[in-house]
Design a protein around this ligand. Sequence first.
Ligand code: SDX
Length: 430
Amino acid sequence: MSDKKLTISDNRNGDTFELPILTPTRGQEMVDISSLPKQSGMFTYDPGFTATGSTSSAITFLDGDKGELFYRGYPIEQLAEKCNYLEVCYLLLNGELPNLDQSEQFNTQIMRRTMVAENLRYGLMRSFNHDAHPMAMMTGVIGSLSAFYHEGMDIYNPEMRMLTAHRLIAKMPTIAAGCYKHNIGQPMQFPQNDLSYTGNLLKMMFGNPCEPYEIDPVAEKALDILFILHADHEQNASTSTVRLASSTGCNPYAAIAAGVAALWGPAHGGANEAVLTMLDEIGSVDNIDKYIAKAKDKNDPFRLMGFGHRVYKNYDPRAKLIKTVCHDVLAKYGNDPRLELAMKLEEIAVTDEYFVERKLYPNVDFYSGIIYAALGIPVNMFTVMFTMARTVGWISHWNEMIEDPKMKIGRPRQLYTGKNMRNVPDMSDR
Ligand code: SDX
């Protein structure tokens, strides 16, 4: 334990308090304030947790100033180039990259669990309205999994935790593709376990029983890279939601469903859907200045979707990589005028003082939707794609937290600003 300390003083009475300074492997040092209430009788106040670390973690690190992202110490650029998504899932879950045998075993463990219980597929999923948003279906179906897979309740058994992790990673594409098929009124497709993870997803989404479906390797590879880039991202809102829910000891499927619900918000994973809607609304390069002005107008709720980030105050490294994948996919699938529009919007925004001053750059959601659209994935499925990819991140953080012997239920405090204490008047006096 280092002897670095932060000393703070209370100017009301001259008291001073000493707080330990914690040194990370990478990134900023942190002040451990857990003893402050005992020393000072005061709690800290930080709405939105803009300045608060909620946990220690060894899974992912991002440097917001440099625009760098690492999973278990490996740069995201190298993982996207040298690994496939299931190798990255193994890394996030186990802490090390798999060797060839481990990779083949893990691939089998996952691809042998792709089917879902028949009364989930044929019963529950078909009970939703056809026009249900796929994310509404995902939230409901994932939350129902504990009714079908009871072992997930034994959260203190490491083997059961890994089984649950494998089941969630394996079944997400089957459930996601089923939501899409239900939306378009087509029969849900069964998985085919000898396909790749993303090849299987493409076939379940776009294949049908009436004709053979040929998987396009460009689409298969593009989705695999996108899944790697979306797999984890420290203590973002949905991961923090999963951690807080899981801290009560609830079953992991319910906690992951809470993460799905949080990710759906347009300020978070729902932004990829909102970016395409925004680009369609802007329509042409001629309208960009009008929308940049709207984004800067404090009286206008409009924000440039896909721009800005709580941590990245530089380019989101994932946005840079996704932009490259965009060009590869559109080279095959034909140009999308929205890519030019997005690039022009980026070019104008990143030189505009308002965005420069606030360090607002394109984030992971700015270009991803253009790829999904090129692959024929409808806008209302964009956040479902993010959900599938992020599942391994959520479940890796869940596992890390449950393994931590110091795990406590999360219970933030508040600054009460309501009425002072008063007595209830009789009805005749109200
Ligand atoms: C994801 O946390 C993660 O890691 C998330 C994520 C992950 O992988 O899990 O990276 C995925 O959620 C990416 C973000 C996707 N969301 C969007 O693209 C929606 C648009 N972005 C904004 O809503 C916003 O930038 C946030 C929500 C992403 C971040 O908000 P913050 O950190 O709370 O920043 P803020 O609202 O305090 O903004 C600071 C200033 C404000 O202006 P001032 O009050 O200083 O004058 O910047 C402005 C904001 O008005 N601002 C924007 C803006 N984002 C911030 N102005 C216009 N357009 C924007 N997009």
